[in-house]
Design a protein around this ligand. Structure first.
Ligand code: IPE
Ligand code: IPE
Ligand code: MG
Length: 257
C-alpha cells in the first residue's frame, strides 16, 4: 500500500471484523490451535494501532461467538486465558492511546473473573474517544435480538410502552450496540463467505469484504487493501445513482455558499 494513502480521510467510520482462520493458520504450520489464537491476538493489537490512521473511529471484533461455547473445553479455556492476558497487557496502552473498550454479547455466560476484568477496563477507558474497540464475546446476533425483544415485550406488558411506539430506532436502543453507528464495512478473513450470526441487524447496509488471508496474517497491508476496496464501492442505500450524484452536488453547493 502506498504510504501517501495513510492518514487520508474516508467515510469509513466503523469497521467490523469476523476474525477467522486461527486454527487453519496453526495447522498449516503443524502447531496446536493455541498458537493460532496467540497470533490472532497479535493481529488484534496491530488492528487497534492501525485503524485510527484511516480515520476509523469504531472497530468491532468478533472474538467469541455464542456457538463457540460448543468447542472443546480446553480450547474455550485457552481463548478465555488469552482474553485475560490481552486485557492486562493492553490496558495501559489503551489508556495512553485513547482507546475505549466496549463489550457486546451475553456476558452472563462468561466466568466471574472474565466479567470483572472486562468491566475494569471498560470503566477505566470510558472517557477515551479516539477509537472505540468493541469486542463481541459470547455474542450471537439472534441472541442479541432475543434479549432486546424480551426487554421491549416487558415494557409493553407493564404498560409503559405502547406497541405503536416500536420502531427501528427503539429496537436499536435495546441492542447491545446501542450508541454505535452501523458498520460501514465488514471484513471476514480465511475465505469463508458467511455471517455466522454476527451483527444480524446492524449489517443490513454494510459493505462486505472477504479475503482468503487467515486472521493471524492480517496486517497493515491487508487492512489497506480492504479500505481501498471499500473506497471503490458506491453505497446506494436503495436509491439510484442519479439521486446520489444530485445529493452530492447540492451538498457541495451548500458548502460553497
Ligand atoms: C477464529 O479462528 C477464532 C475464533 C472463532 C475464536 P478459528 O478458531 O475459527 O479458526 P479456524 O476456522 O478453525 O481456522
Ligand atoms: C465466527 O467464526 C466466530 C468468530 C470469529 C469469533 P467461526 O469459525 O466460529 O464460524 P463458523 O463456524 O466457521 O461459521
Ligand atoms: Mg473458524
Amino acid at each position: 500500500m502506498d504510504i501517501s494513502n495513510l492518514n487520508r480521510s474516508t467515510d469509513l467510520r466503523h469497521l467490523a471484523v469476523i476474525m477467522d482462520g486461527n486454527g487453519r493458520w496453526a495447522r498449516k504450520r503443524g502447531l496446536k490451535r493455541l498458537a493460532g489464537h496467540q497470533q490472532g491476538a497479535e493481529a488484534v493489537i496491530r488492528m487497534v494501532d492501525e485503524c485510527p490512521r484511516y480515520g476509523i473511529r469504531f472497530l468491532t471484533l468478533f472474538a467469541f461467538s455464542s456457538e463457540n461455547w460448543g468447542r472443546p473445553e480446553q480450547e474455550v479455556r485457552t481463548l478465555m486465558d488469552l482474553l485475560m492476558a490481552f486485557l492486562s497487557s493492553q490496558r495501559q496502552k489503551m489508556l495512553e492511546n485513547g482507546v475505549r473498550l466496549k463489550v457486546i454479547g451475553d456476558r452472563s455466560r462468561l466466568s466471574a473473573d472474565v466479567q470483572q476484568a472486562l468491566e475494569d477496563v471498560e470503566v477505566a477507558t470510558a472517557e477515551r474517544d479516539r477509537l472505540v474497540l468493541t469486542l463481541a464475546l459470547s455474542y450471537g446476533g439472534r441472541n442479541e435480538i432475543v434479549r432486546a425483544v424480551r426487554e421491549i415485550a416487558g415494557e409493553v406488558a407493564a404498560g409503559s410502552l405502547p406497541p405503536e411506539k416500536i420502531d427501528g430506532a427503539l429496537i436499536e436502543s435495546h441492542l447491545d450496540t446501542h450508541g454505535l453507528p452501523a458498520p460501514d464495512l465488514l471484513v471476514r478473513t480465511s475465505g469463508e463467505m458467511r455471517i455466522s450470526n454476527f451483527l444480524l441487524w446492524q449489517l443490513a447496509y454494510s459493505e462486505l469484504y472477504f479475503t482468503e488471508t487467515l486472521w493471524p496474517d492480517f496486517d497493515a497491508n491487508e487492512l489497506g487493501r480492504a479500505v481501498d476496496e471499500y473506497c471503490s464501492r458506491q453505497r446506494r442505500f436503495g436509491l439510484t445513482e442519479e439521486q446520489l450524484l444530485d445529493a452530492k452536488d447540492s451538498m457541495q453547493k451548500e458548502r460553497h455558499n
